[in-house]
Write a protein that binds this ligand. Structure first.
Ligand SMILES: C[S@@+](CC[C@H](N)C(=O)[O-])C[C@H]1O[C@@H](n2cnc3c(N)ncnc32)[C@H](O)[C@@H]1O
Length: 271
């Protein structure tokens, strides 16, 4: 509830226009969106299964192992399996639920130009297009399959078609650290679980600079990401001179557990 209220404050002060009401759209668009960094939940589930098999073998050994070792393997196995399942829920549902609430809270007019950085198979680009019937969305990506399973421009295009938004969403192959767009081209820039995939801190800073460069004055930058979000707040604050909001997003976007949680970072370009 606290998270939802904080997300709702995103819309405060923005156009009431012909905004789309909260909850007007289904959370997850039609189509197939793969798993983010699919090797992570697979690793957790395999480790969990291995620990549980080890526990069964050690309990049935003759003589049985130390009961402490059996309990330890059982608990570790259950923890790994729970972490893998929490991750799968985040990538298959939680991410979509959080973005639906976040975009609804933006109070979009419906005729904006939006850019989604690292759009992958198109989840957020499609959700933007659904909320902007008179607008235009651009998604840019390098289509790394290690970052999202089945990641390709063809699969993203198929998802656009499945949702009837292909005429309003353009997909561009390019690097978010050097955007091929003119200054002040967009009203909204989003990035979902994408900027952390740039491993060098300098590269992440370049992506944030580029995001601000292509935003129009009054345009909004909305980032949902893990790990370096406090760094994003500092850099964006230095670049804009404005306050930058950072809101933890809760269990729906835990990537195995609270040790790998997600935050919403947002700001408005005012100059
Ligand atoms: C975890 S996926 C998330 C995809 C999508 N935003 C979503 O939430 O479903 C991260 C995406 O960032 C893309 N990516 C990573 N580094 C990039 C870069 N420098 N420029 C553009 N895209 C990049 C990857 O190819 C991948 O599609």
């Amino acid at each position: 509830m606290v998270v939802l209220m904080n997300i709702r404050t995103l819309g405060a002060g923005f156009s009431e226009g012909y905004g789309v009401s909260v909850g007007a759209h289904r959370a997850r668009p039609a189509g197939s969106y793969g798993w983010d960094a699919a090797w992570v939940p697979i690793f957790w589930l395999v480790c969990g299964a291995a620990c549980l098999i080890g526990a069964v073998f050690s309990a049935s050994a003759d003589p049985p192992w130390n009961i402490i070792a059996v309990l330890y393997l059982t608990l570790l196995g259950l923890l790994f399996i729970a972490g893998g399942l929490v991750y799968l829920r985040a990538t298959l549902r939680g991410k979509f639920e959080v973005w639906a609430e976040t975009l609804d809270a933006l109070g979009l007019r419906g005729d904006e130009d939006a850019l989604d950085l690292g759009c992958g198979r198109g989840a957020v680009a499609i959700m933007l297009a659904e909320r902007m019937p008179g607008g235009h969305v651009t998604g840019i990506d390098l289509w790394h399959s290690r970052d999202q399973s089945g990641n390709s421009i063809a699969n993203a295009q198929a998802n656009l078609a499945a949702n009837g938004v292909a005429d309003r969403v353009e997909l561009v192959t390019g690097d978010m650290t050097a955007l091929p767009f003119a200054d002040a081209s967009f009203d909204v820039v989003t990035a979902s679980m994408a900027i952390h995939n740039i491993h060098a801190a300098g590269g992440r800073e370049a992506a944030l600079r580029e995001a601000l460069r292509v935003l129009r004055i009054g345009g909004r930058l909305v980032i949902v990401d893990i790990s370096a979000t406090k760094q994003y707040v500092r850099i964006l604050g230095e670049l804009t001179g404005e306050s930058v909001s950072r809101v933890p997003l809760g269990w729906r976007m835990w990537w195995t557990g609270p040790w790998m949680s997600t935050a919403l970072v947002s700001t408005t370009r005012t100059r």
